[in-house]
Design a binder for this molecule. Structure first.
Ligand SMILES: Nc1ncnc2c1ncn2[C@@H]1O[C@H](COP(=O)(O)OP(=O)(O)OP(=O)(O)O)[C@@H](O)[C@H]1O
Length: 456
């Protein structure tokens, strides 16, 4: 297998003949770019070019292998060093491996082949490392707030400023706002801008997990802790170690779990269900709710002490209807994305459709807008979306009847027929059908609510 990624290798060997042999072997792979050095100093002087791998002769005229290895690793901690020595001394080998050498080879007639294999193994690790870096960069880019969170209204600009502040420290962040306003998106943006971005972002929707499972979900359980606990399982707190734990719908946590959560946060240790070992964790906490948590405290449904523990930096997300022309900006971006993903001609909104979007209150906020736009793109008869293509709940703007097709069925009925067919063939699994048809799941939920389709 040849890799398209070049790998740079330094061969440090004072014996010219031996150096030649190693270079000859490795040069068989055209992706390896090789440089040879006969002294430790000449290698150290060239480390700024950042080789991926160094093969290091243990006995160089100007330095012993372990000292040179240390100097190399001080400058390039990530470089893979393969030590090569003429002496079969186990202690030397162990010492070098302890100093961080990747491998140790003894000079004999098979060294070149073993080096070839060792470099091949390193290459695989390097490819994984590069892939990881690439993915991490992509994620970082994706969650660069200015790119992922769309909007130009003063409210959104204030939000960007708060995200920057939150990302600079480890302070707990409490997000509030109506459903679909982007609370989870903001939590991710903060995580991926923070020093913890290389750690995991672990999201738990407290309301979506049955009470009896939630404790073990959060804190883990030991094998045999309860019927069904056939293996030990680490909880979300442990999973988020060095990263961020995002607890969504925190107001739905019942009072007994609130007490446990408070203790865990105070002590920064979890005890798995059925266990007695206290396991320290280092996760940053972010919480979100669509409720007024202070009001929940007043009404005795949320512990006051936990409330103050979690409040940290409060960020309130404005409803979409208060973001002025951001509605059109978001709608345009969602439309472009959807048409691009589905290889449809570029679409736009007619002025009347834009007006309709601007005058609708969007109780489901950005999530609803996205679903409405995607459905409109499917329903529209031309590449200009008209008001009647926008299916808004209880809309005040009068919408003409959907166009009749030659067969006499309205497009909306046809759409319902298609969705019904997929629901029937996918056991009523809304998520699967939404993915298959590339429409928002809320669109299908709405069709179910309006009795346009049925879950049989
Ligand atoms: N400003 C924005 N720019 C682009 N996309 C957004 C914006 N705000 C929200 N979204 C998108 O809207 C959808 C809903 O966002 P998100 O899940 O973050 O909302 P939420 O407030 O956490 O919802 P809930 O309270 O229901 O959990 C997601 O697809 C998200 O990417």
């Amino acid at each position: 297998m040849s890799t398209s990624l070049p790998i740079s290798i330094f061969i440090v060997e004072d014996n010219a003949w031996y150096g030649e042999l190693l270079e000859y072997k490795l040069a068989q792979n055209p992706d390896y770019s090789i440089r040879r050095f006969t002294t430790a100093q000449s290698c150290l002087d060239n480390l700024s070019t950042k080789p991926d791998i160094i093969t290091l002769d243990y006995s160089l005229p100007d330095g012993k292998g372990d000292q040179v290895l240390r100097q190399i690793r001080e400058k390039l901690p990530d470089v893979f060093v393969i030590a090569i020595s003429g002496q079969e001394d186990v202690r030397t080998a162990i010492g070098l491996l302890r100093e961080g050498a990747y491998d140790y080879l003894v000079k004999d007639e098979e060294t070149a082949d073993r080096l070839w294999n060792a470099v091949g193994n390193i290459r695989k690790q390097l490819e994984l490392r590069r892939e990881n870096t690439r993915l991490r960069e992509q994620i970082g880019e994706k969650y660069e707030p200015e790119r992922a969170i769309l909007g130009e209204s003063p409210q959104i600009n204030q939000l960007f400023a708060l995200i920057e502040k939150a990302a600079r420290t480890n302070i707990t962040v409490s997000l509030s706002g109506e459903t679909g306003t982007g609370k989870e998106l903001v939590a991710k943006a903060i995580h991926f801008r923070s020093e913890r971005s290389t750690g995991a972002f672990v999201a738990v929707n407290v309301a979506a997990i049955p009470r009896e499972l939630l404790e073990s979900e959060l804190f883990g359980h030991e094998k045999g802790a309860f019927t069904g606990a056939i293996v030990r399982r680490i909880g979300r707190f442990e999973e988020a170690h060095k990263g961020t734990l995002f607890l969504d719908e925190i107001a739905e946590l019942d009072l007994s779990l609130q007490a446990k959560l408070l203790r865990v946060i105070q002590e920064r240790e979890v005890t798995r269900v059925g266990g007695n070992q206290r396991i320290p964790f280092d996760a940053r906490l972010m919480v979100a709710t669509h409720r007024d948590l202070a009001q929940e405290v007043k009404e005795g449904r949320f512990r006051e002490d936990l409330y103050y523990r979690l409040l940290g930096l409060p960020i309130q997300l404005p409803p979409l209807r208060e973001r002025g022309r951001d509605v059109l900006l978001l709608a345009g971006a969602f439309l472009q994305d959807f048409c691009g993903q589905n290889k449809m001609a570029a679409c736009s909104f007619s002025p009347a459709a834009q007006q309709k979007l601007l005058s609708y209150p969007f109780p489901g906020n950005v999530r609803e807008l996205k679903a409405v736009v995607e459905l409109a793109a499917v329903l529209a008869e031309s590449d200009v979306i008209q008001p009647q293509d926008l299916s808004l709940r209880g809309s005040t703007v009068s919408t003409p009847e959907p166009t009749e097709t030659p067969g006499g069925e309205s497009l909306r009925i046809q759409m319902a027929n298609i969705v019904q067919h997929y629901l029937d063939t996918h056991n009523g699994n809304i998520l699967q059908v939404a993915a298959k048809l590339q429409i928002g799941k809320s669109t299908i939920y709405r069709m179910v609510q309006n009795n346009e389709v049925r879950l049989r």
